[in-house]
Write a protein that binds this ligand. Structure first.
Ligand SMILES: Nc1ncnc2c1ncn2[C@@H]1O[C@H](COP(=O)(O)OP(=O)(O)OP(=O)(O)O)[C@@H](O)[C@H]1O
Length: 257
């Protein structure tokens, strides 16, 4: 299990979700979700395909409206925010998409400069270069600065994707299947990087995954979603205690290190 992270501030909740419901017609996707993410904490959300993990993330980012319930992010009720408020909030949320979402026609450096130019137009070139060097060093890929994404391995692309998210200094990281499609050694490297980011940048994170090894390595807490709600929450050992029939299915399709 992940060693206890001492930097978690259990008194400060950065995401508070209560009694969250969301349906699409007869498809009742979220049916009473509760979740508290504390400052500095990594929560892993485990759930099979189609259980509503992406819908939950979209509601947190204000991209989808819930039918009912409370969604408070960094002290603000998301459904009370106007367009400008939502834009400001989203700048504090760092999305790490499954496929890295890099621009293939730009170098690594240009990929990292792009969000800065768009969101921090007043920044000088020297400041931008410093910020780029810092995040590249943080993900261990300073030497790839002038390379094209096509020249990188899958694991390196993931790392650059994480660097590009970090460059805007988000308070909360949202990782969508960070280890999907990677070999076991690269998975371990990405899990370690997620923990390094947590320690170094003091981010709080929601990590969506099907990968139990990733859950065990990165989660301070694990929340297991089934049929629209979290059926188990706690640290890895609490959630995956022996003989729990409800979550046994996760062991059936995972190899756990
Ligand atoms: N905009 C939408 N309109 C209608 N139905 C939607 C919409 N978005 C999601 N759904 C439905 O909500 C359910 C949950 O989808 P969601 O994408 O959140 O699943 P998931 O848990 O993220 O799955 P996966 O692990 O495969 O990404 C699915 O049945 C999906 O069809």
């Amino acid at each position: 299990m992940k060693p206890f992270t001492h930097d978690i501030d259990w008194h400060e909740t950065v995401i508070h979700i209560q009694d969250l419901y969301k349906s699409f017609g007869d498809n009742h996707v979220l049916q009473g979700v509760h979740l508290d993410l504390h400052r500095g904490e990594n929560i892993v959300v485990l759930g099979r395909s189609g259980t509503g993990k992406s819908v939950l993330i979209k509601i947190i980012a204000g991209l989808l409206k819930p039918d009912s319930g409370t969604v408070r992010v960094l002290g603000q009720d998301v459904d009370q925010l106007d367009t400008a408020g939502l834009r400001d909030l989203r700048l504090k949320l760092g999305f790490c998409f499954q496929h890295g979402a890099l621009y293939d026609s730009m170098t690594v450096c240009e990929n990292l400069a792009f969000p800065l130019k768009r969101n921090e137009p007043g920044m000088t070139r020297a400041e931008r270069d410093r910020r780029i060097d810092l995040v590249l060093e943080a993900v261990g890929l300073a030497h790839t600065k002038n390379q094209m994404p096509a020249e990188l391995s899958g694991g390196q692309r993931k790392r650059i994707g994480i660097a590009r998210t970090l460059i805007l200094r988000p308070e909360i990281m949202l990782y969508d299947e960070p280890t999907a499609g990677l070999d076991p050694i690269t998975c371990t490297e990405i899990n370690n990087l997620i923990n390094e980011v947590q320690g170094r940048f003091k981010t709080s994170s929601i990590i969506i995954t099907h990968d139990l090894t990733c859950a065990k390595a990165t989660g301070d807490n694990i929340a297991v979603m089934k049929e629209g709600r979290f059926i188990r929450q706690g640290n890895f050992n609490e959630v995956f205690s022996d003989g729990d029939e409800l979550i046994r299915e996760f062991y059936d399709y995972n190899f756990i290190q």
